[in-house]
Design a protein around this ligand. Structure first.
Ligand code: DQA
Length: 168
């Protein structure tokens, strides 16, 4: 199972930007820790960061048929991007949206997530640990999907319903 970790604008500045809000860890350090967690759960991770909305949309579109789940922090685009929300809805892959800070107790303009409605769930306010929580959630969702598919494959075949008589 493969998960795309997609990071929006300014997250490449983690460790430098507003440490009182986002903490001291760099994006590379967060990704290294996630890799360890993924290995333990038999998951493969693919990382992508961009400061450009269109590149994020392209990346989400590329996820269709190539990954099983998406872990995304759309960063500032969370609050503005209908394009990213539409891309997530279009690919319809299990997705968890992560925010390092608790966007609901920050400035009013951060308290609405346009993208969240296209995600399975949202995690906010747990610092970089939120990415781990997001990956735990996706692991659980993927396991449930797998179990459901297996149960369907093993279910006894039911006789096909008889065709209704054609209306004359
Ligand atoms: C953020 C919250 C956003 O409001 C902000 O623009 C970010 C990071 C977070 O992870 O807390 O860049 O998504």
């Amino acid at each position: 199972m493969k998960v795309a970790v997609i990071q929006g604008p300014n997250l490449n500045m983690l460790g430098v930007r507003e440490q009182n809000i986002y903490g001291h860890m760099t994006l590379d350090q967060i990704h290294e820790q996630l890799k360890g967690q993924a290995e333990q759960n038999g998951l493969e991770l693919e990382f992508f960061q961009s400061n450009l909305e269109g590149e994020l949309v392209d990346k989400i579109q590329e996820c269709l048929g190539t990954v099983d789940a998406i872990l995304i922090n759309p960063a500032a685009y969370t609050h503005t991007s209908i394009a990213i929300r539409d891309a997530l809805s279009a690919v319809a892959i299990p997705t968890v949206e992560v925010h390092i800070s608790n966007i609901y107790k920050r400035e009013e303009f951060r308290q609405n997530s346009i993208t969240a409605a296209a995600s399975t769930g949202v995690i906010a306010g747990f610092g970089p640990f939120g990415y781990h929580l997001g990956l735990i959630s996706l692991t659980q969702i993927l396991n449930e999907i797998q179990a459901m598919q297996q149960a369907q494959a093993e279910a006894p075949q039911t006789a096909p319903a008889s065709e209704p008589a054609p209306a004359v």
